[in-house]
Design a protein around this ligand. Structure first.
Ligand code: NAD
Length: 481
């Protein structure tokens, strides 16, 4: 076996077994980053049992203790952003600048939730009965299963693990199979923050084995999941059946509307950034560009020209703008959607398909289709690659109707200077997040993150609203004894 073996972190110790998985760089398939232990079902059960035992003490720690631990984690992440960014870029294929920015965000998320430990307050009501006090307490819920996807392997774990710990819960963290390096580095930093044994556990492995043990274990009180809609719905059904709490962030098929009066440079910037950066592998990527008649020809021409300039290459090379696709499976999905789009009669307005660069990797050209039928697969399915579809519409009303005609409702964007239309769009977009004159991807890290329809279920993530998932209310009436 080439490369180091990275263990799991269970019940306060680093543990391994005979099963390990190689982590391969998608920019260079000859580069093996390391081997990562795959937790067994028994090890996952042990992590959950230990987290359940640790909960009885951790829940009652002073907010100061939780603040100090999370603040320390945040500080160490920020001190090591270059190392974390390099790992993220190497294993996932995001460019170095995107990856380093994500590591930075992960550090600040821990800092934000460190302070949130102080703000974990309840509410006081005036009772309707004299001599009775009435308070609503907020209590941590117990062991939280954290199940995360591969596309934001540092920020998403940070915005789930940090609030879980801040509010007094304990954690069993299962990262996505493709990105164990980021998860391991984060866990190493968390493990050195002085948390009591069992408060935080890392169990790397597959969804079918480790993930399902977490979802079905009676001592896991809630699962915060980010991933695809089919997997989210499947685990949601199991969690509901046993009465566990859930917070599900799932897929997207995000529209960007471009109206006749839009600043064309800004529209092209938003479309290129939203559709193709991070190789289109963002749940908030703009995969549907909805353009009104008056600006349509100019927009498609300018977009096609701008796409020719995009530099696809090794994620860690300084001049790369678009890194490789994260995996062979995702590369095959992209290819099959391109073939299907051609069968469905869409027009290819750019180059497309797998491309060669210096190293052997999963490189795929940013791809633009026009004349897309609204019912075709590229119009409706989340592809999760650098593939965008342009729709021509007569006016704003048709644009809004097209934007809302989707099974998802994560982020919805518009480029226009018309304040009245901006206001109408903001109120009528069927999405959890609205972006005006901005790309559909890229949200402030301290604000809530949420979607509608097939994109989200349960309380929002991040910001103060996530407290709804990570705590449970207890209503206390107290009379005189
Ligand atoms: P995925 O659904 O395949 O996997 C997500 C996680 O679930 C992984 O850790 C996986 O191992 C685990 N899993 C799979 N099957 C499981 C099971 N039966 N039981 C328990 N766990 C299981 O998603 P992915 O391919 O890793 O990530 C891409 C998806 O994530 C896209 O759909 C994207 O839109 C979505 N995503 C959503 C958001 C958001 O906030 N809405 C953010 C990022 C990514």
């Amino acid at each position: 076996m080439n490369g180091q073996l990275f263990p799991n972190f269970i019940a306060g110790s680093w543990v391994t077994n005979n099963d390990a998985k190689a982590n391969i760089n998608p920019s260079d398939l000859n580069d093996t980053i390391g081997h990562y232990a795959q937790a067994s079902g028994a090890q996952t059960n042990e992590a959950i049992e230990c987290a359940a035992t640790a909960f009885s003490k951790w829940r009652d720690t002073s907010p100061l203790v939780r603040f100090e631990a999370l603040d320390k984690i945040g500080s160490e992440i920020l001190a090591r952003v270059d190392e974390l960014g390099d790992m993220l870029s190497r294993e996932e294929g995001k460019t170095l600048s995107e990856a380093t920015a994500e590591a930075h965000r992960a550090g600040h998320l821990f800092k934000y939730f460190a302070a949130e430990a102080y703000r974990a307050t309840g509410e006081m009501y005036q009772s309707l009965r004299e001599g009775v006090s009435l308070n609503v307490l907020r209590e941590p819920i117990g062991v939280i299963g954290v199940i995360t996807p591969w596309n934001f392997p540092q920020a998403i774990p940070a915005w789930k693990i940090a609030p879980a710990l801040a509010y007094g819960n304990t954690v069993v963290f299962k990262p996505a199979e493709l990105v164990p390096g980021s998860a391991w580095l984060l866990s190493d930093i968390i493990a050195r923050a002085g948390l009591p044994e069992g408060v935080f556990n890392l169990v790397m492995g597959t969804g079918a084995e480790v993930g399902e043990v977490i979802v079905s274990h009676p001592k896991v009180s809630g699962v915060t999941f980010t991933g695809s809609t089919p997997v989210g719905r499947k685990i949601g059904a199991s969690l509901f059946a046993r009465g566990a709490k859930m917070q599900l962030e799932m897929g997207g098929k995000n529209p960007l509307i471009i109206l006749d009066d839009a600043n064309l440079d800004l529209a092209v910037h938003c479309a290129i950034q939203g559709s193709f950066f991070s190789t289109g592998q963002r749940c908030t990527a703009s995969s549907r560009l909805i353009v009104t008649d008056g600006i349509y020809e100019n927009f498609v021409d300018r977009m096609s020209e701008a796409m020719k300039e995009l530099r696809v290459g090794d994620a860690r090379a300084p001049d790369t703008q678009i890194g490789p696709v994260a995996s062979e499976a995702q590369l095959e999905i992209n290819k099959s959607y391109v073939s299907q789009a051609e069968v469905d009669g869409a027009t290819l307005a750019s180059r497309s398909g797998q491309i060669d660069v210096k190293s052997p990797g999963y490189y795929f050209a940013p791809t633009l289709f026009t004349e897309v039928s609204p019912q075709s697969a590229i119009a409706r399915d989340e592809i999760f690659g650098p593939i965008a579809a342009v729709f021509r519409v007569p006016d704003f009303d048709a644009a809004l109707e097209t934007a809302n005609d989707a099974d998802f409702g994560l982020s919805s964007g518009i480029v226009t200077q018309d304040a009245v239309k901006i206001d109408y769009f903001t109120r009528n977009a069927e999405a959890g997040m609205v972006q005006v004159n901005l790309p559909t991807a890229g949200m402030d890290f301290h604000a809530p993150f949420t979607g509608r329809k097939g994109s989200s279920y349960g309380a929002p993530e991040k910001g103060s609203l996530c407290r709804e998932f990570f705590t449970a209310a207890k209503v206390v009436h107290k009379g005189r004894g």
